[in-house]
Design a protein around this ligand. Structure first.
Ligand SMILES: [Zn+2]
Length: 310
């Protein structure tokens, strides 16, 4: 049961619920979704926390109904933590704060994504101030569990995970992309160097429950467990980043040595077994342009929409 867009919370672990919003509203023809998480105290004492707020309408249409079905009045939500500042994770921030009175917490490095121009990845939203900046490795109490703030840079500079040492749970947002999801087709990694180093650090955490925000390929799950599955997922993240330049080289070669962004992105998706266009693939690929120029995969100095093998 995919439960996308239903507002029906799925319990992943005692007190930890997933609420899925469509990644592709309203047509929903893709497999991917964006998950917000509701953290509740299994002993019923501490206030509720929410991780990520989804789209502008997600709090009203999905999160509040999900809370109600669990027996919580909106005023029980004390905290909203953003894993990072991209639109599918923060656009519901102001609505959730207005509906519940919660505080908004986000990492130092991604806080400017809320405050800046009110536009983020081309999507307009209400610029707003967070209530608290989270610092790397500080411990926060949320809904009766202790969580260490783990810096997970690569997808965004200030991406963070919440790690519970006791149960070895890591809620990781979009920081660990595996082979990306079928809306993007390609992993979005503006800082591939930081991503590689981060993968090593996560591998050493001994995560038993990995909880990403999207069903990233190829495992297509937002709750990876036990540890062997987490390892398989991390291996896929590693392989994907290691093979990327080679894949671009092969795809461009197959296209005769040069291609437009759209054609190259489509070819890359096809080569990876995704048989339909991914709406964000061209955008995802363009993020890697300067990286690919720097490492010598493509020729530098060409106009942005044309890609030539170096
Ligand atoms: Zn996302």
């Amino acid at each position: 049961m995919r439960n996308v867009g239903t507002g029906i919370p799925v319990e992943l672990l005692p007190g930890i619920y997933e609420v899925r919003a469509s990644s592709d509203s309203p047509t929903e023809k893709y497999f991917a979704w964006i998950s917000a998480f509701i953290l509740t105290d299994p002993r019923g004492k501490e206030p509720v926390a929410v991780v990520d707020s989804g789209w502008p309408q997600t709090p009203r249409t999905l999160l509040i109904p999900a809370l109600a079905s669990l027996g919580f009045d909106p005023s029980r939500v004390a905290t909203l933590v953003n894993t990072h500042s991209h639109p599918d994770h923060i656009q519901g921030n102001t609505a959730l704060r207005a509906l519940t009175g919660c505080q908004i917490w986000i990492s130092d490095a991604d806080a400017q994504g809320l405050q800046a121009s009110g536009e983020n990845y081309g999507q307009a939203f209400h610029a707003h101030e967070p209530d608290r900046h989270l610092h790397s490795h500080e411990t926060v109490d949320l809904a009766g569990r202790q969580w260490e703030v783990i810096p997970l840079p690569g997808h965004s500079a200030g991406s963070i995970g919440l790690f519970n040492h006791h149960e070895r749970i890591l809620i990781c947002g979009d920081a660990l992309q595996a082979e990306s999801h079928d809306v993007a087709g390609l992993a979005m990694l503006p800082d591939r160097q930081a991503y590689r180093a981060m993968l090593d650090r996560v591998a050493n955490l001994g995560v038993r429950h990995l909880i990403p925000s999207h069903p990233f390929e190829p495992l297509r799950s937002t709750h990876l467990t036990p540890e062997t599955e987490v390892t398989r997922y991390l291996d896929s993240c590693r392989r994907n980043v290691d093979e990327f330049e080679m894949q671009v080289h092969a795809a461009l070669h197959a296209l005769g040595g040069s291609a437009s962004t759209t054609a190259l992105a489509e070819r890359l998706c096809l080569d990876r077994g995704i048989g339909r266009p991914c709406p964000l693939a061209g955008f995802a690929l363009s993020i890697d342009r300067s990286h690919l120029e720097r490492v010598g995969t493509i020729r530098s100095g060409d106009p942005g929409d044309v890609w030539h093998l170096a």
